[in-house]
Write a protein that binds this ligand. Structure first.
Ligand SMILES: C[S@@+](CC[C@H](N)C(=O)[O-])C[C@H]1O[C@@H](n2cnc3c(N)ncnc32)[C@H](O)[C@@H]1O
Length: 423
């Protein structure tokens, strides 16, 4: 299947089919192994789990851009084993502790009875793809040095004038009078010559060579550097987040989510806005149907894709089917018939001319997936938000996401922020 930007897929992450090096940010929240949730207890052994960690890591390596960032969640006691695998593919930037500021563990911890410290934290490893060289070093070697305006021009002019690097180096002796490597550094693009040094060579060559103005070359160099610096791994941290992230667990307090291990929206937003460039990133999450809403409403200037290999949606449960947020409802509930026809368990089309799901589902129920309705909010140039249920809303500051609006207060539907601004 070819994944499309802006959708969430109910599929194995390993089937993502995304092009190599196409993703700027991956937020991987894989099962932790036998901590919480049905999905966490499916491996016969920890080694079998680690074999899957390696497969996921290799797939992350394949799709992550050279200047991309990977976040990998885990449980404090086990993540070290995954880290050993991930360290082989990526460069560890931070070992983050997520301190759940309102964890239930606070209430359960009794200092009189406990024999170890309270554990209301989880871990997140942050990796770059900068293995061997930092991003800037790589850009210098691969992009800046080969196109360095000073280096190219000095080489060209020295050739034209018939002077050697050694001869020019003699103009810039060391303190003890010996030769230095300064000229080779300029010619290789390792250093930028100063205006004074440039003029000294120009004078030595009687003003016939190096006629380009120093300032013009310097500007060319700055433009080149700027162009490539934009390709560096994105990291913008005005909130000064540190290695200890302090965020509410959200899920257990708001009860907004239908999953055991959902990650807080504010933390996801902090990661996305700090580590992905506005306007052009791929965000990949595991099991993000709730987070899909978050990505669209809170980080609407980023483009995201999500993936989840999901269990069967239970009756009444919401989730994603073919990239659409739906609620699973029993066919009978809809008053549209089907109380069990002769073909029922064979999963062939029954008299209602629709495929029966009973034969394919574990619960043997005939269900239908009803799309969850969204209320789309679009901002006009004056900062007023217009809702698709025909209301106008103004916040003192920020987006609906930043104001903790997950649902439309007028119609109660799930709030969806349009990425198209009103003009
Ligand atoms: C710790 S939970 C992640 C919860 C998620 N961050 C959220 O906010 O809802 C791990 C999830 O990974 C899913 N999963 C496990 N293996 C997967 C795979 N190969 N591809 C996609 N999802 C997978 C599990 O079904 C489970 O829902």
């Amino acid at each position: 299947m070819k994944y499309e930007i802006g959708k969430i897929y109910n599929d194995d992450f390993l089937n993502n089919g995304l092009p190599d090096k196409s993703v700027q940010l991956i937020i991987a929240d894989p099962p932790y192994f036998e901590v919480k949730g049905e999905f966490d207890f499916i491996w016969p052994s920890f080694d079998a789990y680690l074999a899957d960690v390696e497969k996921w890591a290799k797939e992350c390596k394949r799709i992550l851009a050279d200047n991309g960032t990977l976040f990998w969640y885990g449980d404090a006691k086990r993540i070290a084993y995954s880290q050993i695998i991930l360290d082989r593919f990526f460069n560890l930037e931070n070992s983050i502790v997520w301190r759940k500021i309102d964890s239930m563990q606070y209430q359960y911890y009794s200092p009189d009875l406990a024999r170890s410290f309270n554990t209301h934290n989880e871990r997140i490893l942050m990796y770059s793809n900068e293995v061997g060289m930092t991003g800037l070093e790589k850009l210098m070697e691969e992009n800046i040095k080969p196109n360095h305006p000073f280096a190219a021009y000095l080489r060209e002019e020295f050739n034209r004038a018939g002077v050697t690097a050694k001869e020019i180096a003699a103009l810039f002796p060391s303190k003890t009078g010996g030769l230095t490597g300064c000229v080779s550094n300029w010619l290789n693009g390792d250093n930028v010559i100063t205006e004074e040094q440039y003029n000294k060579i120009r004078a030595y060559l009687n003003g016939e060579y190096l006629r380009k103005e120093y300032e013009d070359l310097r500007k060319e160099y700055e433009d080149l550097r700027k162009e490539y610096e934009d390709l560096r791994r994105y990291f913008y941290n005005p909130m000064k987040y540190e290695e200890v992230f302090e965020f509410s667990q959200e899920g257990h307090t708001s009860k907004n989510y239908d999953h055991d291990t959902v990650k807080p929206e504010k933390m996801t937003r902090a990661i996305i806005t700090t580590c992905s460039r506005p306007g052009g990133c791929g965000v990949l999450l595991r099991r993000p149907e709730t987070q899909s809403i978050q990505i669209r409403s809170r980080c609407e200037d980023r483009r995201g894709i999500g993936g989840e290999r999901m269990k069967e949606l239970a009756i009444g449960e919401t989730g994603l089917v073919d990239g659409v947020l739906v609620k699973c409802v029993e066919w009978d509930e809809l008053g549209e018939g089907c109380s069990g026809c002769v073909f029922y368990n064979d999963s062939v089309e029954c008299g209602t001319a629709r495929p029966c799901t009973a034969g394919k589902r574990k619960d043997k129920k005939n269900v239908k997936f009803r799309p969850i309705e969204l209320c789309t909010w679009t901002e006009d140039p004056d900062g007023i938000w217009h809702t698709s249920c025909e209301h106008a809303h103004e916040f003192t500051t920020g987006t609906p996401g930043e104001n903790d609006h997950l649902y439309c207060p007028y119609c109660g539907k799930v709030l969806d922020v349009s990425r198209q601004p009103m003009v």
